[in-house]
Design a protein around this ligand. Structure first.
Ligand code: NDP
Length: 331
């Protein structure tokens, strides 16, 4: 492995003054770990937007290389599980928050955090999925585990034109579900229909109401928004139906009552993508490679250079990124 310097985005804090800048580092600067990865791509998730703009207390220590996802090729390994040349994917485990992450041409990580690149996907496509797509799949697996099947009725996805939402819509539609996509963006309606949504609805039907229950409509739900929208979903789930709650793009409070739970047997399923153990992690990736149509993925993903990350981070926090943004760390 050559010792040639490499480029990374470094977040630094000096007395409360925050700085995010592209730096040239050497391998000696990297933390310990048993696998050195030559990174090809990372991605921009909502959480990365918070980290890069120093909002939301995502970063636990400075200096930090952000980027909660990475995909690349093993350059050095002292782990029996990976050899030089293997293609690998990493999402979660606190990478880009507690541990140096993917906005870097090189990353040294723990072998236990990696999964092999799923068969059928390129490195760029795996990052087109990234943490957001992985979370969408975990949400769908959780609904399936509760017994949801395509014949049960409409499944709603909120924050549908975001990263998690887009992949959830595409996978559910491909599995044969009748998907209703909820979005605040009129300009996303055609895009969501192309991903497979049977119907696209505005956010407004999910506006707050004083009634503890409303007419039941949904057989299942993937909620990326939280707050009033999640509370409203709970009021409109069919008897015994489940909501997979995976996001808080609209807020982290939950102004709900217990009535949907005790009068309709509604289930609220919590989804955390960060600490998923190896076997279910590999299974979720296998299902993504199998159930997410590559045409839909290509439609949902765009590639941008790492040099643009600061303005893109602002955009994702304003809800202005559609689908998935892959970050080319070598561009
Ligand atoms: P994106 O920013 O790509 O998408 C979020 C979407 O939510 C937006 O595109 C928008 O959709 C909608 N939205 C944004 N702001 C509001 C608002 N104020 N009110 C209602 N809707 C809003 O983010 P991601 O898809 O990457 O992530 C979505 C959420 O999931 C985030 O909260 C993120 O932190 C969380 N997450 C959780 C994970 C876990 O492990 N549980 C892992 C990954 C993400 P539209 O324009 O269509 O209305």
């Amino acid at each position: 492995m050559s010792e040639k310097p490499f480029k990374a985005l470094l977040l630094e804090k000096d007395n409360d003054e925050f700085k995010a800048s592209l730096k040239t580092l050497s391998l000696d600067d990297l933390p310990e770990g048993d696998v050195l990865v030559s990174v090809a791509y990372s991605t921009l998730n909502y959480k990365d937007g918070l980290a890069v703009t120093n909002k939301g207390k995502v970063v636990r220590g400075f200096p930090m290389i952000p980027g909660i996802d990475l995909a690349g090729t093993v350059a050095e390994s002292s782990s029996p599980d990976y050899k030089v040349g293997d293609q690998v994917v990493l999402t979660g485990w606190g990478v880009g928050e507690k541990y140096w992450g993917g906005y870097s041409q090189m990353a040294r990580v723990n072998a236990g955090w990696l999964v092999p690149l799923p068969a059928g996907l390129t490195l760029a496509q795996s990052m087109g999925i990234g943490t957001a797509g992985f979370t969408a799949m975990l949400s769908i697996l959780a609904l399936e585990k509760m017994g949801l099947t395509p014949g049960d009725g409409e499944v709603v996805v909120t924050g549908a034109s975001g990263g998690v939402g887009s992949i959830a819509v595409a996978v559910l539609a491909n599995l044969g579900y009748t998907v209703v996509a909820s979005t605040g963006r009129v300009e996303s309606h055609d895009y969501l229909k192309e991903l497979g949504a049977a119907e696209v609805v505005d956010r407004s039907p999910f506006a707050p109401s004083k009634r503890p229950l409303e007419s039941a409509r949904w057989a299942g739900a993937v909620d990326t928004v939280g707050g009033e929208i999640l509370a409203s979903l709970l009021k409109t789930m069919n008897s015994g139906a489940s909501v997979a709650a995976c996001g808080n793009a609209g807020g982290f409070d939950l102004p709900a009552t217990v009535l949907p739970f005790i009068l309709r047997g509604v289930n609220l399923l919590g989804i955390d993508s960060v600490m998923v153990p190896y076997e279910p992690r590999v299974e979720a990736w296998r299902r993504l490679a199998q159930d997410l149509p590559l045409e839909a993925l290509d439609q949902a993903m765009h590639i941008a250079p790492l040099s643009n990350i600061t303005s893109l981070a602002e955009d994702i926090l304003k809800g202005q990124i559609r689908g998935r943004l892959v970050i080319d760390v070598n561009a």
